[in-house]
Design a protein around this ligand. Structure first.
Ligand code: F0G
Length: 471
């Protein structure tokens, strides 16, 4: 049952991202596909009728109101820039308390000058990943439409976030679709602990994604995957917080792992709007980093030269690409299970982001990902493998001269270290067998930055000797 009374359709609505189609849908439409062409939708605003602050510094005043949930939330303190929801509908569990940390040790590893690399650590969210930024926005919209059940397909973090929001708010029943065998235990534990109905289907993420879309439509269940444009509204705020952390100075580069390409799309939209509203005078370049075993975006934008082309992407080439992928039954495979995705649902939005931000795409191997992850850990912040793709990508692009050492770079660390301890322990483990079993099958040959545990007899002398030798 729709509670249209709460919707502000005069100020906000949904609009097809293709300028030539320009199909629209009302704010309460939950199909999340263009009624004319079935393509992706944006949440669009009539900014002329909305109160927009004259400078980003306005948002600093919210820090003095942190006793108010909407000012405390790192998403909703930017409510004026995602004004689709009336204040009383906003559903927050305190997401977005994340930090931007200058990381000189990691800068050295990536080849950047000291002081030029910053890590945006989204692992500090309530469910341990950036997904909560989007989930609070999707849940707010779901509440506006009166939804009682919400579903997602997930490589683990979306399901953890959905499950957490369901249990913390008690407003909806969460249903998660996961592929068989590829989810890390940390994330599976969250979905189970928070009481989501967990459907582990035979297949991978791409299969689960197709199924959840069919099932949601059929049963009228609210879909929270990033094909939902309201989720991406929340994820825009990651960029607002990055700018805030840099005292509103726009960096030269934003580097982000690419899986389903929701973040890349959301970041692009954030900068498109900030530019349109005159709130920034420069747009950063976007670097999207695929894992080599899940490199659709890199292949399409590289070898196949697909671009946004001012709203007319070459869909024939993309269709041919996916057809060939199906014919050969090619499946994504990477240790960075969060981005083990071959059919990114936000492909066209990410192409648009790339064009607007003069972006680049590249891919990094599992070896590069795990080495970068160890360096991030040694630098003081812990992240999961997929997150470290951003740092590995920054290193690769700096090595290639695409990024200059003197440029200011922000890498997004999308998820917490404890999401996937298996990969970490196998990398650092003293035990070669574990290393081979967990990582060797994925082509990882060495743990160059391993911090091995020292095996000792339970003897005071041996313990003292070991400390003296190793410290
Ligand atoms: N990093 C982490 C830790 C993720 O969990 C994901 C996506 C990404 C990066 C990629 O982000 O899809 O916006 O390009 N995880 C999804 C999930 C797919 O189901 O949790 P994206």
């Amino acid at each position: 049952m729709l509670r249209t009374i709460h919707l502000r359709s005069d100020l906000a609505f949904q609009r097809c991202i293709l300028p030539e189609c320009n199909g629209t849908a009302s704010l309460d439409d939950t199909r999340f596909a263009c009624p004319k062409c079935e393509g992706l939708m944006d949440v669009a605003y009539d900014w002329n009728k909305l109160p927009v602050p004259s400078s980003m510094a306005f948002f600093e005043s919210k820090w003095s109101q942190r006793h108010l949930p909407r000012s405390f939330s790192g998403v909703w303190r930017f409510h004026d820039l995602l004004p689709f929801a009336p204040p009383e509908m906003v559903l927050t569990i305190g997401e977005g308390q994340t930090l931007l940390q200058r990381a000189d040790l990691v800068a050295q590893y990536t080849g950047l000058n000291s002081g030029n690399l910053f890590l945006q650590y989204e692992g500090m969210n309530p469910s341990g990943s950036f997904k909560d930024n989007g989930m609070t926005a999707a849940f707010t919209h779901a509440r506006m439409t009166g939804a009682k059940r919400a579903a997602c397909a997930s490589t683990g973090n979306t399901s953890a976030s959905l499950a957490a929001y369901c249990s913390a708010t008690g407003l909806m029943r969460g249903i998660v679709f996961i592929g068989s065998g590829k989810i890390s235990y940390g994330k599976l534990a969250q979905a189970l602990d928070h009481g989501a109905l967990t459907l582990q289907i035979a297949g991978d993420f791409d299969d689960a994604m197709q199924r959840v879309q069919q099932v949601s439509r059929k049963l009228g269940i609210y879909l929270v995957n990033s094909v939902n444009p309201f989720r991406l509204e929340g994820q825009k705020t990651i960029m607002y917080r990055v700018l805030e952390g840099l005292r509103w100075e726009v960096p030269d580069w934003i580097v982000v792992p690419g899986g389903n390409l929701g973040n890349s799309s959301a970041f692009g939209k954030a900068f498109m709007e900030l530019k349109e509203l005159g709130l920034i005078n420069k747009v950063p370049r976007l670097a999207v980093i695929n894992a080599a075993g899940a490199n659709t975006f890199n292949l399409l934008t590289g070898q196949n030269q697909v671009t946004w082309n001012q709203g007319k992407p070459d869909y024939k080439t993309t269709e041919k690409f996916f057809h060939a992928m199906d014919e050969k039954n090619l499946r994504a495979s990477t240790i960075a299970s969060a981005i083990e995705i071959n059919r990114p649902v936000n492909l066209s939005k990410a192409l648009r982001a790339l064009e607007f931000c003069n972006g680049v795409v590249t891919e990094v191997t599992d070896q590069e990902i795990l080495d970068a992850k160890a360096k991030v850990g040694a630098g003081g912040l812990g992240c999961e493998p997929a997150s470290a793709a951003s740092v590995a990508g920054a290193r690769k692009l700096t090595g290639q001269g695409v990024i200059a050492p003197s440029e200011r770079v922000v890498c997004i660390l999308t998820g917490h270290q404890l999401k996937d301890p298996t990969a970490t322990v196998a990398y650092h483990g003293a035990d070669q067998k574990t290393f081979d079993e967990v990582l060797g099958v994925r082509g990882v040959r060495r743990a160059g930055f391993a911090n091995r545990a020292v095996q000792l007899p339970n003897s005071l002398d041996d313990i003292i000797k070991a400390i003296e030798v190793f410290s």
